[in-house]
Design a protein around this ligand. Structure first.
Ligand SMILES: Cc1cc2nc3c(=O)[nH]c(=O)nc-3n(C[C@H](O)[C@H](O)[C@H](O)COP(=O)(O)OP(=O)(O)OC[C@H]3O[C@@H](n4cnc5c(N)ncnc54)[C@H](O)[C@@H]3O)c2cc1C
Ligand code: FES
Length: 272
């Protein structure tokens, strides 16, 4: 059995250099980190576990998980996009270019990317659009891709519309206030699109209630796909069991067996 230091060595603690940290508007931030190992190894759907507190200070105590938004392998840069929601992200947004951040990663199981000549639909709600961007970038090279982007308003989706808009794919919006695209949530938009399209495979990421409904719809339409789950995390590498979710295979660790799971495996019980 592996001991704690074996696991840490395997996971790899990396001191990544902050290359760029900037506000994107509407509470979103972008952080570019220079690290050749993560940039070489990271795949879509994996995440980084970032120590927010500075050296020898453990407040906040726990690391914070963020999906890989993009990787520039040539330059050795990995990017995350995040929203400020609490203390950790408040501190993170203050990091300056040239600072070092203590990062574990890349962690977890990512999305499958080995698709060719397929029609694929990616459904993202809110920050769920962050991990899907890197996936979309991979998939568009040899597949037809439709991205359904859901948010509260046009302003909420502005950054993602700009970034996804540069890729060779079709992009549709759903906004709760109807300021752009379909008026309603992204799952309703997905249901509407299923009357025109029959995707070979789907990918989803977003709030739990959205993913639960997505699973119901994929079952009704006999579709297959993958979703990325979010749970509060402790260690991030499979030891503390704080992130377990219920699946057809029993309890699984979101940080280790996930965060990406086959949609038909996940059991959404309890509260949304
Ligand atoms: C695998 C994974 C990938 C993620 N990727 C991204 C990403 O790419 N961009 C991004 O902005 N966020 C992402 N998150 C969520 C991010 O980790 C949290 O927003 C962050 O940890 C909040 O830290 P905080 O100290 O600012 O907020 P806290 O003070 O810890 O919490 C503030 C609020 O956010 C909620 N919250 C905190 N963590 C989570 C979580 N893990 N899941 C759901 N709600 C949470 C809390 O319930 C609370 O309401 C991801 C989470 C996971 C598990
Ligand atoms: S966060 Fe510790 S086991 Fe997943």
């Amino acid at each position: 059995m592996k001991n704690f230091s074996d696991i840490i060595r395997e996971v790899g603690v990396i001191m990544a250099i902050v290359k760029n940290s900037k506000q994107l508007g509407n509470g979103y931030y972008r952080l570019d980190l220079a690290d050749s190992i993560i940039a070489r190894k990271g795949i879509p759907g994996q995440f980084l576990h970032i120590k927010i507190s500075s050296d020898n200070v453990y407040d906040p105590l726990l690391r914070r998980p963020f999906s890989i938004y993009d990787i520039n392998r040539d330059k050795g840069i990995v990017t995350i996009v995040y929203r400020v929601v609490g203390r950790g992200t408040q501190i993170l947004k203050e990091v300056d270019r040239g600072n070092h951040l203590d990062v574990l990663g890349p962690l977890g199981r990512g999305f499958s990317t080995d698709w060719k000549n397929k029609f694929l639909i990616l459904i993202g709600g809110g920050m769920g659009l962050a991990p899907l961007y890197f996936l979309a970038k991979k998939l568009v090279t040899s597949n037809r891709v439709l991205v359904l982007a859901g948010g509260n308003s046009e302003e909420d989706l502005a950054f993602f519309n700009e970034s996804y808009g540069l890729l060779d794919l079709n992009l549709l919006n759903a906004t709760l206030d109807g300021s752009t695209g379909y008026k309603g949530n992204v799952i309703e938009l997905f249901e509407e699109q299923l009357s025109y399209y029959n995707p070979d495979y789907i990918f989803g990421c977003g709030p739990r209630g959205m993913l639960k409904r997505l699973k119901e719809i994929t079952e009704e339409h006999n579709l297959m796909g993958e979703i990325s789950l979010e749970e509060r995390m402790g260690c991030g590498y499979g030891v503390c069991l704080s992130c377990v979710c219920n699946t057809e295979k029993g309890n699984q660790r979101v940080c280790k067996e996930g965060p990406v799971f086959n949609i038909n495996e996940v059991i959404f019980d309890g509260q949304d």
